[in-house]
Design a protein around this ligand. Structure first.
Ligand code: HOZ
Length: 434
């Protein structure tokens, strides 16, 4: 692989211009490169496994729009579906056939999900699911796990992962104490802390919210037995269980983590892959819970662009292409990359841990497994930044934060993966402070 251009005059210029009119020059904080330093690359196009920036430099992409592009950039069928849907009408604010087909596809894939409501972002999906859970139980409190990210709704923006962790913001100004007073934060993989929360607040707890695999602080799997424990303790106390599959849904398996890990949630939130690269998300669950939503039930939730036909067409097309062969291909690619990187770091004497579930993985510069947010924070994020920039110079675009997961797509080839391993070998040998 040839080295990417070190000079980024066009991205530099665009970043200056952007900062004059967009806070931090970006529309979502992680993109600003604050976690790694330097100038964010302004992208001009993507094709398959590659993105190209405004300076004309092409990169092998392991961000893939933070997960949605599981078939790669600009998959021809997804593009075609979006074009056709746009031609016939981009939005009606009225129901369409495609929404039923998408809901049917999700119901067919995800065990326990009988009904689905579409929204436009993962934030809305998680926020709305929490509202339903509160409506269903008549209770107020939510248990969430430190380092899990459920979007930026006020009540969930406490000890959150992703951009909040990248910028080291414990909590956000503008989120009132009132908005978070019903949020109980416990460490991930800590069953005793969950038990203690139920002992203290049992009758007030409406829902446990979790990512099935924590994927906004690198990648931290649930310890064996954790999910069964969460299911049981919530049931015992009359609380619901919300599994936030925004990162994992339709990526880990046909039916997401719910299928792969045999989960039995009351509510599931979806985002990213479900929209095929367009602003679409959803939440679902059993009929008795979902029919609490207006207009059947009293829990209000709405959106002008909810179930947008263009996003629905793209998402549905992508989902229909995700068969068993696609998932085993993703797993093979991830295995090849992780094995190669592990060998590269070992050869360079760099302590590194790569954690994965199916094709989703996270890289930590540390010597022992990471099981919670503290562990993710304790990893060497300066070394991650050095690795990130080294890889960028080698033409590989990784998440600009050590708190984010990495993504392969079915468009990545073995040659892409081998080139990425070779790049890591080169970069690992130059990392400071080995
Ligand atoms: N919170 C997203 C990743 N977990 C990043 C969103 C973005 O910057 O596009």
């Amino acid at each position: 692989m040839t080295s990417a251009a070190a000079s980024t005059p066009t991205s530099d210029r665009l970043f200056d211009r952007a900062q004059a009119v967009i806070p931090g020059g970006v529309n979502s904080p992680v993109r600003a490169f604050r976690g790694v330093g330097g100038t964010p690359r302004f992208m001009s196009n993507g094709k398959g496994s590659r993105v190209t920036d405004e300076d004309g430099t092409s990169y092998l992409d392991y961000v893939m729009s933070w997960g949605p592009l599981i078939l790669g950039h600009a998959h021809p069928d997804v593009v075609q579906a979006a074009i056709e849907a746009t031609r016939t009408g981009s939005s009606y604010g009225a129901p369409t056939r495609g929404e039923i087909e998408l809901a049917e596809e999700i119901v067919a894939r995800v065990p326990g999900v009988e009904m689905v409501r579409c929204v436009s972002s993962g934030t809305e999906a998680a926020m709305s699911a929490i509202r339903v859970a509160r409506g269903a139980t008549g209770r107020t409190k939510v248990i969430k796990f430190a380092g899990h990210y459920h979007g930026h709704a006020d009540s969930l923006l406490v000890e959150a992962g992703s951009g909040v962790a990248t910028l080291a913001l414990p909590n956000s100004p503008g989120v009132t104490a009132g908005a978070t007073q019903d949020t109980i934060v416990v460490p991930w993989n800590d069953t005793a802390a969950v038990e203690a929360a139920f002992e203290e607040y049992g009758d007030d707890i409406a829902v446990i919210a979790c990512e099935p695999v924590a994927a906004n602080m690198g990648l931290v799997p649930a310890q064996p037995g954790l999910h069964g424990f969460l299911r049981q303790i919530s049931r015992d106390h009359g609380a619901l269980l919300l599994v936030d599959e925004v990162m994992t849904g339709f990526r880990l398996a046909r039916g997401g983590a719910t299928e792969l890990l045999g989960l039995e949630p009351d509510l599931v939130a979806f985002g990213k892959v479900v929209g095929g690269g367009f602003p679409l998300a959803a939440f679902g669950g059993p009929r008795e819970v979902m029919e609490l939503l207006a207009p059947v039930g009293p829990v209000y939730q709405a959106g002008t662009l909810s179930g947008n036909p263009v996003a629905v067409a793209a998402g549905l097309t992508q989902l229909r292409l995700l068969d068993e062969a696609a998932y085993s291909r993703l797993d093979q690619l991830a295995t090849r990359l992780i094995d190669g990187w592990t060998a590269a770091f070992a050869a360079a004497g760099v302590p590194a841990v790569i954690q994965r579930v199916a094709s989703l993985f996270g890289l930590y510069f540390t010597s022992s497994p990471v099981t919670d947010f503290e562990g993710a924070r304790a990893a060497d994020h300066e070394r991650y930044a050095a690795f990130f920039h080294g890889m960028l110079r080698q033409g590989v675009y990784l998440p600009p934060s050590g708190y984010e997961a990495m993504f392969v797509s079915t468009a990545h080839s073995e040659e892409d993966i081998d080139a990425t391993i070779a790049a890591a070998r080169t970069v690992a040998a130059t990392l400071p402070g080995r």
